[in-house]
Design a protein around this ligand. Structure first.
Ligand code: NAP
Length: 290
């Protein structure tokens, strides 16, 4: 079994650097997939209210026989539930489905700027955090200009920002903002849903290291300091994806992968394709010029 490195969040809580993602894993397959992941050494599980499989994640967690403190469970608040009061109800429903009395990380799934509710939602998150029912709170799919108001008006700095991130979409701006403010960047679709695995640069590195293309890409994430949450329902891939702690890429390898950035999202844009006009970075702060 692989021993996974941990990153330290801004409140001192340790988070496994590789977790197991379960987006689009049907409820009936989730128990076996999560059980296989835990067996292989994963201790972090990433689900969401949207995924419809929190109950199955909870069943796999209950059945695994590990102490709760060994596991790091993340879930997310869906967009429809944003708002101060509705957040508490949605959180209770997630805990009930998971069969847990707390989660390790609770995330706002998308900023949905048009709804204008993420700051009220964040106030509720801060209370949930203060109650101890989430050991850490964070956001997902937030750009720096969505995060800046949270930093300006909130009391708790988000511990994590989970965003689409892979060699073809490297999110330099988001990662730099996270580094500057102590927010860990967590990569969703870290394998670009498999698309990047046939890239010639990745294939060549795979040949040179005797590692699979997925292992090269996941190792790259780890060396950048990202948390990663690859998804697979294939037992051999579940094991393969976590087996990346016995080699290291060189600075030249990292530079070669740096060259693969195409600023190419595979998923939705949090601003619906348009960066809001009039926002710029001034001395590291993202402010509206208007
Ligand atoms: N916050 C958000 O908005 C958001 C959005 C999307 C995803 N996520 C999270 O991020 C997790 C991962 O993202 P993702 O599922 O979109 O994409 P991903 O992990 O980049 O890719 C998953 C795909 O790659 C395949 N795969 C996995 N390991 C492989 C390997 N070693 N070799 C070849 N193919 C491999 C899987 O196939 P098989 O399953 O058939 O093996 C699956 O088709 C999700 O499960 C979810 O937890 C969050």
């Amino acid at each position: 079994m692989v021993d996974v490195a941990a990153v330290r969040l801004n409140n001192g809580v340790g988070m496994p650097q590789i977790g197991f993602g379960v987006f689009r894993v049907p409820e009936e397959e989730t128990v076996s997939a999560v059980s296989a992941a835990i067996e292989a050494g994963y201790r972090g599980i990433d689900t969401a209210s949207l995924y419809g499989n929190e109950t199955a994640v909870g069943r796999a967690v209950a059945a695994c026989g590990l102490p709760r403190t060994d596991l790091f469970i993340t879930t997310k608040l869906w967009n429809d539930d944003q708002g101060y009061r509705s957040t508490f109800d949605a959180f209770d429903r997630s805990l009930t489905r998971l069969g847990l009395d707390h989660v390790d990380l609770y995330l706002i799934h998308w900023p949905v700027p048009a709804k204008g509710a993420y700051l009220d939602t964040w106030r509720a998150f801060e209370e949930i955090y203060a109650s101890g029912r989430a050991r850490a709170i964070g956001v997902s799919n937030f750009q720096p200009w969505h995060l800046q108001p949270v930093l300006d008006q909130g009391r708790v700095v988000p511990a994590v920002n989970q965003v689409e991130l892979h060699p073809r979409f490297q999110q330099e701006e988001v990662r730099a903002f996270g580094r500057a403010h102590g927010i860990v960047t967590e990569a969703w679709s870290p394998l670009s849903r498999g698309d990047v695995l046939t890239d010639p640069v990745i294939v060549e590195l795979s040949r040179r290291y005797g590692k699979t293309p997925a292992q090269i890409v996941l190792r790259w994430h780890v060396e950048l300091g990202n948390v990663v949450i690859p998804k697979s329902v294939t037992p051999s891939r579940i094991r393969e994806n976590i087996d990346i702690f016995d080699f290291a890429l060189t600075a030249d390898d990292l530079a070669a992968i740096r060259g693969l950035d195409r600023a190419a999202r595979t998923g939705p844009d949090p601003d619906g394709g348009q960066k809001p006009a009039g926002y710029s970075s001034t001395g590291g702060r993202w402010v509206s010029d208007g």
